[in-house]
Design a protein around this ligand. Structure first.
Ligand code: HEM
Ligand SMILES: *[C@@H]1O[C@H](CO)[C@@H](O)[C@H](O)[C@H]1NC(C)=O
Ligand SMILES: *[C@@H]1O[C@H](CO)[C@@H](O)[C@H](O)[C@H]1NC(C)=O
Length: 556
């Protein structure tokens, strides 16, 4: 099946420079002397006041230390925006695990380390609100009445509905579908032209971010989203997704409504996509002949709130959009980072390939497909994905808004002589498991991608993982089924607590099948070495150059 790759959403836009460019449009165009004077002098005055305030004025001792910054309102936004991990780790050295920084008029109080993760991700609904932090970004994109447009207890029920669709039974039907999509893609997409030529000596090249973004949306639509969405991928759907995605950037989080093109496109695409999903739901309802789909729409169409109310069509539609957004860039960038690391380490690529050969060889030397249950027993594959998520968790900052004064436990930050710190109502709090996941005091060679660390039963990685996922460990039910507590682990790529990701198993299934299907077919190299991270998009992506070279394996 021919597939028009150029129409596929592909997050190349640099949201931060977009932000600067768009912000400049708002600066006054007038060149009158007065305007110029005001523009030059007010900032200087404001900077002086701001600096004096920080250096001289007595501070409220109950507040955590504040990161020094020159420009009021803007505060630390540029350093945080350019490299949040370096900014946070640097501030941690100066101020300890708990500190506040100013970002575009907001006070962001950070809590780092395992205790910091626990403080924020284990925080109570009475004190912390995810919806107030995220709704300006997510509600225009997902639509009304779902996720962060509803009170927390409703979100917990909606997560329970979604979990019905993420069943082991459904997953068993997905492995073959994902394999099929990846194989089709590699057989037809121009990125794999030399693979298609069938010559094992011919090297070709591809952009892993582009290829993984396309493979991710094709496989997610084929499986979770359902056949109607998949069959519209090369028509209207991918354009709508791309418009919607253009409204999911840091700029849109800070300014939810500006009179700009990206906002208009976002709103039009949300409306059209919502109507598209509702038409699918109606189509299925009218068709009494079958309802044996193993996808999310089928699962959501049968759900009722505790009150007895059925999940309305528009909520199903908006949940489907939310899942599309939640799963797309997280999985595709994780896939891209994984493939990049594999390409840069032929020894690990060999180990992955050997694992496939050992477990899935047919008598004639070809490889058979794994089942879902077999996929979960592949230790090399597992270690490769876990290690990639340790170094490149797609979400670097997890935020909440403080609704009620939130005292910092003395074990997390030593109290001042006037008592414990209190994070006041109105602040945002920020957790960054990305920082604890490469904390040099916890991780041996913390910045090195070394999947082997996950094989050491007594090593730091297994210890952190047991704390995160231990089947025998402490479980909590927030309303969507029992989940591991996990809030105190230094390893939390899927978050923890009541907002913990429910897409984790699907992500492992999707990524695992995608990666092994590729590794079975091609050998890869990374001539330019590992690219650095780009933090200007919502999700941490590999910068350019990131070209991977590849050639066909002897058989597939
Ligand atoms: C590698 C892939 C993924 C990563 C690293 C990831 C990461 C995360 C993180 C860190 C959170 C917590 C956010 C917070 O506490 O503010 C989260 C929540 C969530 N994720 Fe994922 N995710 C991934 C894939 C998926 C997929 C495939 C889906 C859907 C099928 C999904 C659906 C959700 C949902 C519904 C939530 C709950 C939000 C809440 O309760 O507030 N995620 N994810
Ligand atoms: C009803 O469902 C069957 C099986 O999925 C499908 O083949 C058929 O085309 C559908 N009919 C309509 C009118 O959508
Ligand atoms: C949460 O907020 C309440 C006030 O609503 C406060 O009394 C309590 O100490 C806070 N809880 C925690 C764990 O900080």
């Amino acid at each position: 099946m021919a597939f028009n790759a150029s129409s596929i959403p592909f997050p190349s836009s640099d949201a931060w420079s977009g932000f600067v460019a768009e912000a400049q449009k708002f600066l006054p165009q007038s060149n009158s002397r007065l305007a110029l004077l005001a523009f030059v002098n007010i900032p200087v005055f404001a900077i002086v006041i701001n600096v004096l305030r920080q250096l001289i004025l007595p501070r409220d001792r109950s507040l955590p230390p504040e990161v020094f910054h020159w420009i009021p309102i803007i505060g630390s936004a540029p350093s945080y925006g350019n490299d949040p991990i370096a900014f946070l780790a640097d501030a941690q050295k100066k101020y300890g695990n708990v500190f506040t920084f100013v970002m575009l008029g907001r006070k962001m109080t950070v809590a780092l380390g395992s205790a910091g993760n626990n403080f924020i991700l284990g925080g109570k609904v009475a004190n912390l609100s995810a919806e107030e932090a995220y709704t300006p970004l997510t509600t225009p994109v997902f639509g009304k009445d779902v996720v962060y447009d509803v009170p927390n207890e409703v979100l917990m029920e909606q997560k329970k509905f979604i979990k019905v669709g993420l069943s082991t039974e459904n997953f068993r039907s997905y492995v073959g579908m994902i394999e099929d999509e990846v194989s089709e893609y590699m057989a037809h997409d121009p990125s794999f032209r030399t693979f298609q030529m069938n010559d094992i000596n011919e090297w070709g090249e591809f952009d892993p971010l582009k290829v993984l973004a396309e493979m991710t949306i094709l496989t997610a639509t084929r499986t979770l989203q359902g056949k109607e969405v998949r069959s519209n991928m090369d028509k209207t759907f991918s354009k709508l997704f791309s418009d919607l995605d253009g409204g999911f950037t840091p700029l849109h989080m800070i300014f939810p409504n500006l009179p700009l093109e990206s906002y208009r496109k976002r709103d039009a695409a949300q409306k059209k996509l919502s109507e598209f999903y509702i038409s699918i739901i109606n189509g299925r309802r009218d068709n009494t002949s079958t309802n044996d789909e193993t996808d999310m729409i089928a699962a959501l169409m049968n759900q009722h709130y505790r009150s007895g109310r059925a999940l309305p069509d528009h909520e199903i539609a908006h949940i489907m959009i939310a899942l599309l957004m939640a799963g797309q860039h997280t999985s595709s960038t994780t896939g891209a980072w994984t493939i990049l690391h594999i390409a840069s380490r032929p020894d690990i690529a060999d180990a992955l390939y050997q694992e496939q050969v050992e477990k899935f060889s047919n008598p004639d030397g070809t490889l058979r497909s794994p089942t879902y249950d077999e996929l979960k027993t592949l230790t090399v594959l597992d270690a490769v994905i876990r290690e990639t998520l340790r170094l490149h968790p797609p979400i670097h900052s997890i935020m909440r808004k403080v609704r009620a004064d939130f005292p910092v436990p003395p074990t997390l930050a030593a109290p001042s002589k006037d008592g414990v710190y209190v994070v006041p109502k109105g602040h945002f709090v920020l957790a960054s498991p990305a920082v604890s996941q490469r904390d040099p005091t916890l991780w041996h060679e913390c910045d090195a991608w070394e999947p082997a660390r996950w094989n050491d039963a007594d090593g730091e990685a297994q210890k952190a993982f047991k704390q995160y996922a231990d089947e025998n460990g402490e479980k909590v039910d927030f309303g969507f089924g029992a989940v591991s507590k996990g809030t105190e682990s230094p390893y939390q790529p899927f978050g923890a607590g009541r907002h913990r990701c429910i897409g984790e198993q699907f992500a492992y299934l999707q990524l695992g099948t995608l990666i092994t299907t590729m590794v079975r077919k091609i050998e890869m190299r990374l001539p330019a070495g590992m690219p650095g991270p780009n933090y200007h998009t919502m999700i941490t992506m590999p910068k350019t150059p990131r070209t991977i070279t590849y050639r066909r394996r002897n058989f597939d």
